[in-house]
Design a binder for this molecule. Structure first.
Ligand code: GDP
Length: 478
């Protein structure tokens, strides 16, 4: 904040008239009750040998909560934000392109689309925002950074191929994030398409179709032939309506970085998703540990715009450095404040990189339980054969020690991959490898993310170790 002439005089122990005179020398006509700018305060104070620094506190809340302090009366419906996941080659990219083409060209003259990492389509006068990077790896690595951007997941399953390993991974990643799933049964144009088999397979993984008494929506589509797309979009709107997604457009913007890059001519370029408030050209902004002033905004049609409301993706320039995908961004009233906070966050980031964040490990599990930090131990199981993975899951899920239980958030056959580690990191889970080992990149990223990986060859030993950890009776490893 600023000070009045009277307040400044008092702080400096001088007569107000003396301060008014000095201000006049600076070309500022002021009365005793007038507020003066920080710059003038600094100049005057300097003459008395006093150095003035503005005190700015970092309010971490401002970054962490997207929907904070909003009066329910200020909230209006916002478009859903949708992510597409599924097994490789099941048609994620084709579907994203098909939706983009079918809806944008119809609505807009010209219709040249720009890849900025996300786009919006309109159906029945309602908007839907799609994130353009398909796959659960991208989804979860954003989540590992603390970003919660997805409202609905479209799980693409090819009707001729059925459920595959990455289909299950995608289900588990979406479940871990608590995001509802709509199944798009793709490639229906193929003669060997078998949607019933897809439903049967997925039902076994908790996605029971509505027509079988469950609550999962299945939509048959052909991304290639652009069939079933409207039905899919209508179902998205239906699920969104149930979620009652709302935001307050009449406040300073907040959201998440979706993509970023360094452009030779334009400097740092970032696609941001506005999640609350309205972002405007000229807004002072902090994104992750970077800061600046929004210089220009371009939407998904390559059009320059002046403002962007909730759930709108826009590409912005004006940041001093390139932020990370998944970083939160917040707009401040004053540029000076944005700069100070950006600098402080950069410093903090460097410090926290030095002493990496604490994750759950078996060694300090008991302490975390005692401190009430943990009520459930999240576990990912990877094993050499399906049978032992399931046996292990069965035994682990039976454990209940003083109310603390084991929750298997993902299991699979094969080596421990980097994606497993990302999921563990985002979900604060440990990984158990049964007769399998981590891939080299998985090992490196587990070290960086401080994810606890336990390798075993005997089921009994796994159970023993987990029980001991839950009871605080684990022998130190080293
Ligand atoms: P992604 O790896 O999941 O992104 O899959 P792609 O979108 O790259 O699609 C993989 C292959 O499947 C490509 O050759 C597509 O042309 C094809 N494909 C995608 N959707 C359909 C569809 O609805 N019908 C048929 N017949 N082929 C499709």
């Amino acid at each position: 904040g600023s000070l009045t002439v009277g307040e400044l005089a008092k702080k400096l122990g001088k007569e107000p008239s003396e301060i008014i005179k000095k201000l006049l020398f600076l070309g500022i006509m002021a009365t005793i009750n007038q507020e003066i700018e920080l710059e003038a305060i600094q100049l005057i104070a300097e003459e008395y040998g006093v150095k003035v620094e503005e005190k700015i506190e970092i309010d971490e809340d401002q970054f962490e909560l997207i929907e904070d302090h909003d009066d329910p009366a200020d909230l209006t419906v916002r478009p859903p934000v949708v992510t597409i996941m599924g097994h490789v080659d099941h048609g994620k990219t084709t579907l994203l392109d098909a939706i983009r083409k079918s809806k944008i060209v119809a609505g807009e003259a010209g219709g040249i689309t720009q890849h900025i990492g996300a786009y919006q389509v309109v159906i029945n006068d309602k908007k839907i925002t799609f994130l353009d990077t398909p796959g659960h790896a991208a989804f979860t690595s954003m989540r590992a950074r603390g970003a919660k951007v997805t409202d609905i997941t479209i799980l693409v399953v090819a009707a001729d191929d059925g459920m595959m390993p990455q289909t299950i991974e995608a289900i588990n990643h979406a479940k871990a994030a608590n995001v509802p799933i709509i199944v798009a049964v793709n490639k229906m144009d193929k003669p060997e398409a078998n949607p019933d088999r897809v439903k049967q397979q997925l039902a076994e993984h908790g996605l029971l179709p509505e027509e079988w008494g469950g609550d999962t929506i299945y939509v048959p589509v052909s991304a290639l032939k652009q069939e079933g797309l409207d039905e899919l979009l209508e179902m998205i709107l239906l699920v969104a309506e149930v979620q009652e997604l709302k935001a307050n457009p009449n406040r300073l913007a907040k959201g998440t970085i979706i993509e970023s890059q360094l452009d030779k001519g334009r400097g740092a370029v970032a696609t941001v998703l506005v999640q609350n408030g309205t972002l405007r050209v000229g807004d002072p902004i902090v994104a992750g540990a970077t800061y600046g002033k929004v210089r220009a905004m371009v939407n998904d049609r390559g059009k320059r715009i002046k403002e962007a409301g909730p759930s709108t993706p826009v590409e912005i320039t004006g940041l001093n450095e390139v932020p990370h995908a998944g970083d939160p961004f917040v707009v401040f009233e004053e540029e000076r404040k944005a700069r100070v906070i950006g600098e402080k966050r950069a410093l903090k980031l460097r410090q926290s990189e030095l002493n990496a964040t604490s994750k759950v490990t078996l060694d300090d599990l008991y302490k975390q339980i005692q401190e009430g930090e943990i009520k459930e131990l999240n576990v990912i199981i990877k094993g050499d054969v399906q049978g032992s993975v399931e046996a292990l899951q069965g035994s682990l899920e039976k454990i209940d020690i003083e109310g603390v239980r084991v929750k298997i958030i993902h299991k699979g056959v094969g080596a421990i991959t980097e994606t497993d580690v990302t999921l563990a990191s985002a979900s604060n889970a440990i990984i158990i490898g049964f007769n399998v080992r981590p891939e080299p990149q998985a090992r490196t990223s587990a070290e960086r993310e401080k994810v606890d990986i336990r390798l075993h060859r005997i089921i009994y030993n796994v159970i023993d170790e987990i029980k001991a950890a839950l009871q605080g009776m684990l022998d130190p490893e080293y």
